[in-house]
Design a protein around this ligand. Structure first.
Ligand code: UD1
Length: 426
């Protein structure tokens, strides 16, 4: 068990290379099992959620070869098993994509209910509604979702709620179904487009990804493909805010500036200077920032996955900022930890009011989930004191070598093992 120690106060400068997108990778990796020949994936982030996905594939019978730090080869031809092991499924949210892929390929799937960040109620009704509409039966017993279909046929599905996961699972399940599937009120996140592009490069026929109507004409076979995953918009946004919070000046490389627009526009509104280039953005932090009102929304709205990091920056803005969390019920668990550092935040339901303070102070804190951990890192970098962050395994699920990348930009951050006798007392 390790923690991050941050001696804050250093401006972030220089440059940072953004890794492949976590949320695209965790959909594309399970999708490789639909192919009848090997796939090569490039720009794969080296994070714990990806390691878990690869372990699941190996358990199912796939041959996974790591070619280099960001390239892997997956040969799915020997996959016979349709049961995902409990411990692996429980350690991440996106394990539920094996439901869509295994159902699509074998007409049967057995996947334990997923884990992932605790952000409040995270039902799966829209996923199950899609599987049933496509012709599958489902049962949930002893914590395991079982899907079973004789035949999958195209249909029209209207999502009652915009859901990234349900849109992706519906695409995966429908890609080899007989006939045309139309998904209405679909999510439009960049990783949905990335998955559609990957499936199309394998021979699928998917149109409209990135709009709210996706049309999928089922095909009987999918072949292997070589594909490069898009850069991680949330990792990029996290570094942009870290630069702003330290009044730094740095180039964020390997990004798609268009994907960052919802983040860039809010940062500019509070006074951060953001300059866009073809595949990078330069962020120039300022001495003071203006207040803002933000509501998190499905893409192209401001992403909920950037909400805690933005809140960390707004603790230092002038006046009262308001954040309305529009996606999840319980995404303010980091607030108590920021308060330990001197932040003035009150929460009422899904709304947080942040009174700007002149500075934060270092403190011992705990990451409650992945993006909460990122917010605490940003807060720690902005102070002049020492911050110790426990439970950093959350951060390592989704950020590749975050401490190393920050060190290269001038931050004083390192990992320290928590001694066993102290661990027991925690
Ligand atoms: C995905 C992302 C996560 C991000 C979230 C919202 C991955 C692996 N995770 O999570 O990082 O924070 O999108 O952008 O890509 N809902 C239902 N019924 C369902 C499914 C969802 O009511 O069947 C609700 C959820 O409770 C939530 C909202 O819909 O309130 C959006 O959730 P969803 O888009 O599905 O999030 P995830 O796919 O879990």
């Amino acid at each position: 068990m390790e923690k991050f120690i941050i001696n804050g106060g250093n401006r972030l400068t220089g440059e940072v290379e953004i890794s492949g997108a976590k949320n695209a990778a965790v959909a594309i990796i399970p999708a490789t099992l639909l192919a009848d020949s090997p796939c090569i994936l490039e720009n794969v982030p080296n994070i714990n959620d990806v390691s878990i996905d690869l372990r699941i594939l190996r358990e199912l019978g796939a041959e996974v070869t790591v070619i280099n730090n960001s390239t892997i080869r997956i040969d799915p031809r020997n996959i016979r098993d349709v049961a995902v092991p409990y411990e692996l499924a429980r350690s991440m949210r996106a394990s539920y994509y094996f439901l869509g892929t295994l159902l699509s390929k074998f007409r049967h799937a057995s996947v334990p209910m997923p884990g992932g960040c605790d952000l409040g109620d995270r039902p799966m009704d829209q996923h199950l509604k899609c599987f049933r509409a496509l012709g599958s039966n489902y049962t949930i017993e002893h914590g395991i979702v079982e899907l079973d279909a004789d035949f999958l046929f195209g249909t029209q599905i209207y999502f009652d709620k915009v859901s990234v996961g349900a849109t992706i699972n519906a695409m995966l399940a429908a890609v080899k179904a007989e006939g045309l599937t139309i998904l209405e009120n679909s999510a439009k996140e960049p990783h949905i487009v990335d998955l559609a592009n990957f499936l199309n490069s394998m021979g699928a026929d998917i149109m409209g990804a990135g709009t709210d109507v996706i049309k999928i004409r089922g095909v009987s076979e999918l072949h292997g493909a070589t594909y490069s995953i898009i850069p991680d918009q949330i990792e990029a946004g996290t570094f942009m805010i870290a630069v702003a919070a330290t009044k730094g000046d740095a180039l964020i490389k390997n990004v798609i500036p268009k994907h960052l627009e919802p983040i860039t526009s809010k940062l500019r509104k509070i006074g951060v200077v953001v300059m866009e280039y073809d595949d990078s953005v330069r962020v120039i932090g300022q001495d003071s920032y203006e207040r803002i009102t933000v509501k998190t929304m499905p893409h192209p709205g401001f992403p909920t996955d950037m909400q805690p990091q933005l809140a960390a920056l707004l603790t230092l803005a002038k006046g009262t900022s308001i954040i309305n969390e529009g996606i999840f019920d319980n995404r303010f668990r980091y607030v108590d930890e920021l308060r330990r550092m001197g932040a003035d935040i009150s929460v009422d339901g899904n709304v947080a009011m942040i009174e700007g303070v002149s500075h934060l102070t270092g403190a011992p804190v705990k990451a409650s989930d992945l993006r909460a951990g990122a917010a605490l890192i940003i807060a720690g970098l902005s102070t002049n004191g020492t911050t110790e962050i426990e439970d950093i395994y959350h951060v390592e699920r989704g950020y590749e070598n975050m401490d190393e990348k920050l060190r290269k930009m001038g931050a004083d951050i390192y990992k320290r093992e928590i001694p066993a006798n102290i661990r027991k007392a925690l």
